[in-house]
Ligand binder design. Structure first.
Ligand SMILES: [Ca+2]
Length: 464
């Protein structure tokens, strides 16, 4: 197609320039990449089904690109999800518990590294890799900025609610400017970087990692004020799914923080915690807006690929769960929106995609040769034809010790734990909230058989 040919032509001209020593002032017009990771963000956005959420900037952006309605993570936990997506490798039984990209896949060429080696200037601001891995060091042209201050609190009252020196209250709403918290600083640094990158004679890959709405729910007061507490609807299904196996749990992270004397899972807790998550989403949305506005001001937008993605889903009180790290749909489905040169109109697709597909897609869009080790599939054919037949299924493993693995296909999510003694099947057409596990029901015997086969055959058999 035109864009890719254009990119290839540019790459060829650049090579010719290099070959003939006429590099002076040669323009490398390959597209830039802005890679915006939003930690623990489920598709709780206006551009998905979240009419109650104030996310005007991402919603506007979604009208200028491709919204993937059915995108799934490979592991519903930060570290292994990022290790998988950034190395382009699916987790197996062992690696789904590994948080560090070096141990996950030693020496694998990472996504930003592939861009760096292709001549891009690559920068990481805050949480792109989970930690300061060696892989992170070789991926970036400049030393990446850290992200260890998840939990700095600024409301003087918060000091009265500390469980231990590391964990303050689970929320606070001080009247402070955006830049007081780390995400505001990440945004400010990224805006400065953009000014600098715009003047470079080579394309860039800028990773911007926002840590909210990850716990704790700390956001400036003005974002809390976008919502009135009495209008916040809480989850209707505040119970474990019927016939759920013992293995189905949720990560207890929210209970590490002080509850500010609000009883866990009381009605007040449900409303307050949702309010906190919503405020954090709106805070990050405002920061995303600043980045997109700066891209426009610098006239970079037309030649820049922008990817906005979440590393896994989250439960907002459904099943009385607050958190991630299980294999229900709320924990495995993620937001994913991409705009790219040639793809600037609103397109929505129901094709099943996975985070592991982002790496080959970005390389494809930028005309970079795909490293051979990649497990994912470039989504460009789906972007060109959003209604076409695509992957049969997505595959997710839980990285928090229960060794469950899930296949999401059609209207079903099907999970097997360990030795298959425990399993879950949800018929999402009849039961979109996943309130009843029907894996052992006679009527679903054949469906379970087919999905179990699909799960054991694995992703290669589910390719488009
Ligand atoms: Ca995360």
């Amino acid at each position: 197609m035109f864009i890719r040919q254009h990119v290839k032509t540019m790459a060829v001209s650049l090579t010719l320039c290099l070959a003939f020593g006429t590099i002076l002032n040669a323009q490398d017009n390959r597209p830039n990449v802005i890679f915006i990771s939003i930690d623990d963000l489920r598709p709780e956005l206006g551009c998905y089904e979240g009419r109650h959420i104030q996310s005007p900037n991402i919603d506007t952006f979604a009208k200028q690109g491709i919204v993937f309605e059915r995108a799934y993570c490979q592991v519903p936990v930060c570290g292994p999800s990022r290790a998988s997506m950034l190395t382009g490798i699916r987790p197996d039984k062992r690696t789904c518990n590994i948080w560090d990209a070096d141990k996950f896949a030693p020496n694998a060429v990472t996504l930003p590294q592939a861009f760096r080696e292709a001549g891009y200037h690559t920068i990481s601001n805050s949480k792109i890799f989970h930690g300061p891995e060696q892989a992170a060091k070789r991926s970036w042209s400049e030393a990446p900025t850290g992200h260890d201050n998840h939990a700095d609190f600024f409301d003087p009252d918060s000091k009265n609610f500390v469980n231990n020196p590391e964990h303050g209250p689970f929320f606070e709403a001080p009247d402070v400017p955006d830049e007081k918290y780390v995400d505001g600083q990440t945004c400010a640094k990224s805006l400065k970087d953009l000014g600098r990158l715009a003047k470079m004679d080579k394309p860039f890959f800028l990773g911007v990692g926002f840590i909210r709405p990850h716990l704790p729910f700390y956001a400036p007061k003005k974002y809390w004020d976008l919502y009135s507490r009495e209008d916040i609807a809480i989850a209707e299904n505040r119970f474990k799914p019927k016939n759920a196996p013992d293995s189905l749990k949720v990560h207890p992270e929210i209970q590490w923080y002080h509850d500010r004397d609000i009883k866990y899972n009381s009605l007040e807790f449900h409303t307050t915690a949702r309010h906190g998550y919503y405020a954090c989403v709106s805070y990050v949305d405002a920061l995303v807006g600043k980045i997109l506005a700066t891209l426009d001001e610098l006239k970079l937008r037309d030649n820049t690929i922008v990817v906005i993605w979440g590393d896994h889903g989250w439960h907002l009180g459904e099943h009385n769960f607050w958190g991630k790290a299980n294999l229900l749909h709320n924990a495995t489905r993620v937001p994913l929106v991409i705009s790219a040169p040639g793809f600037r109109n609103e397109i929505r697709t129901d094709g099943i995609v996975e985070l592991v597909d982002i790496y080959p897609t970005l390389c494809d869009l930028a005309g970079i040769k795909l490293p051979e080790h990649l497990d994912g599939t470039s989504m460009v054919p789906l972007m060109n034809d959003p209604k076409r037949q695509w992957k049969k299924a997505a595959f997710t493993r839980n990285g928090m010790g229960d060794n469950g693995s899930t296949v999401t296909s059609g209207d079903y999510t099907y999970t097997e734990y360990g030795d298959k003694a425990q399993r879950m099947l949800y018929d999402r057409k009849k039961d979109p909230s996943e309130n009843e596990n029907v894996a052992e029901a006679e009527a679903y015997k054949e469906t379970v058989k087919q999905l179990s086969k699909l799960l054991s055959e694995g992703p290669k058999k589910a390719q488009p």
